[in-house]
Design a protein around this ligand. Sequence first.
Ligand SMILES: Nc1ncnc2c1ncn2[C@@H]1O[C@H](COP(=O)(O)OP(=O)(O)OP(=O)(O)O)[C@@H](O)[C@H]1O
Ligand SMILES: [Mg+2]
Length: 239
Amino acid sequence: MSAAAPLAVEGLSAGYGATEIVEGASFAVPAGGRLAVLGRNGVGKTTLLAALMGLARRQAGRILLDGRDIAGLATPERARLGLGYVPQTRDVFRSLTVEENLIAGLKDRPRAALDEAYAMFPRLGERRRQTASLLSGGEQQMLSTARTVLGRPRVLLLDEPLEGLAPVICDELMAALHRLTESGSMTILLVEQQIERAFDFAPETIVMDRGRIVWSGPTAALRGDRDAVERHLGVGSFR
Ligand SMILES: Nc1ncnc2c1ncn2[C@@H]1O[C@H](COP(=O)(O)OP(=O)(O)OP(=O)(O)O)[C@@H](O)[C@H]1O
Ligand SMILES: [Mg+2]
């Protein structure tokens, strides 16, 4: 029998209060897998990630982390079991310094692991004593991402991590995330509006429209299907 996928979602419906936003989502990501979650604005990508993390209300379905259904667990418990989340809203402790923010992300890893964050984003090393509220938007994005990655989650949920970052930093971040998945110890779900970068990063893609998964499969197949790209992602998605 093969090992359970790090993340498997079965018939997940979720939303806010009684409002259903995500409807019947099913997919799985293998160990070391990289999955892009694409779609126009407002189709439910953030709600899907929030539901996985326990921050949006699940109305039906199962969320399996290494084969265990976590759908009934509170958010901190999901984090403890290995789900990492970098929200679209750049989650930093504004009154703490860069380094203090990163230390909060270490969990039980040694302090020396901070160097991994500074290698990923040298800019954070230069600003390690700076209060997070004084960072630029792009720097806060780096800090939010680095803090979560430092905790070495089994499954990392990234909601538009490239927003506000300069192109060269985007390249470096994508390469660093790619390396993290290569050993098979981390699995990544990437929500991204930069379609070409998401295509380059993820071998598998799901596309959402109005709360439903309307396309899923190998990224190469979607990339080669200009009609599907235009239908689901909108004309002009390609740079
Ligand atoms: N806290 C909330 N309460 C009620 N409705 C919400 C809430 N957050 C989002 N929604 C609604 O859920 C729908 C999907 O929003 P969501 O943020 O998941 O979309 P998205 O695909 O991430 O969009 P974007 O690409 O703009 O980030 C939208 O219609 C939005 O208005
Ligand atoms: Mg969103």
